[in-house]
Design a protein around this ligand. Sequence first.
Ligand SMILES: Cc1cc2nc3c(=O)[nH]c(=O)nc-3n(C[C@H](O)[C@H](O)[C@H](O)COP(=O)(O)O)c2cc1C
Length: 304
Amino acid sequence: MDLSTRYLGFELKHPIVASPSPLTRTADGIRSLMDAGAAAIVMASVFEEQIIGRDAIMDERLETLRQASNHSDVPVIASLNGATPGAWVNFAGDLEAAGARAIELDLYRVPSDPGETGRSLEQSYVDILRAVKAQVKVPVSAKLSPYFSAPANMAKQLAEAGADGLVLFNRFYEGDFDLDTMLMKPNFSLSTPDDIRLPLMWISLLSGRVNASLAATSGVWTYAEVAKYLLVGADAVMTTSSLLKDGPQHIGALVSGLRDWMESRGYESVSAFQGRFAAAHLEYPSAFMRAHYGDILTSDPKEH
Ligand SMILES: Cc1cc2nc3c(=O)[nH]c(=O)nc-3n(C[C@H](O)[C@H](O)[C@H](O)COP(=O)(O)O)c2cc1C
């Protein structure tokens, strides 16, 4: 059975990739994910602010990258988290020199100024991407939030600006506060399988319609989420929460679950079913999505 897939030009042995997390921050963590069979690993992000502040984390991350990428046939992808265009993007070149096989650019800025338009936020993301692309020869992917008026157009702009891949979607931890202490409190929770729905819809809508690899991130806990993401057209499927809870060995369970499911359906390769549920097969995707929404709102909740 052929579980291989292509992502960012790499031939991955299977679609399951470890996404950025505390596990991908250290050489030991990365090695444990490689030993557990991850097809590729995305390191924890270095933030624009850390680069501007010349934080010690930059040297640590470069050293970790050198150790992790040495003698590894599993692609190690470095991650940069940025919000505004600037000279900090030069660090992408250092990451490439230290052995990064690709750069994942995690784009996140809250446009808090009511005077700022969506257009200007989108342009700043495109500018950051172009600037990073100018620094490196390795592939560059963009990890996005779903918070755009027109996510498909944002994806198209990034692909046209040279993004080799798109990673949909990052999860965010908006603030909350404690009514006893009247202080902000960190609001951290792992994902659940229900979190696949938004990226599932957008990967389905983008598959075959943008010139970039597509990776799914959010809500992958079992082979079922992996299979669904592949069915809508993902080229790679990433997971963090499941690995934080169940440990790197969980990658083995995801791979064997996918293999068993494929066998039960008679699929000999991932490519035999990848993209089967892509919206490109629909004549009127927007009408389809609206009809689905209408059906849910007008149905009897007791029936679900
Ligand atoms: C503790 C923690 C740290 C994370 N650090 C990063 C990071 O440095 N860069 C990044 O792009 N995403 C980061 N993420 C997001 C994950 O890579 C992933 O995209 C997100 O958790 C959704 O996937 P999941 O449902 O499998 O957890 C982090 C997530 C968690 C839970």
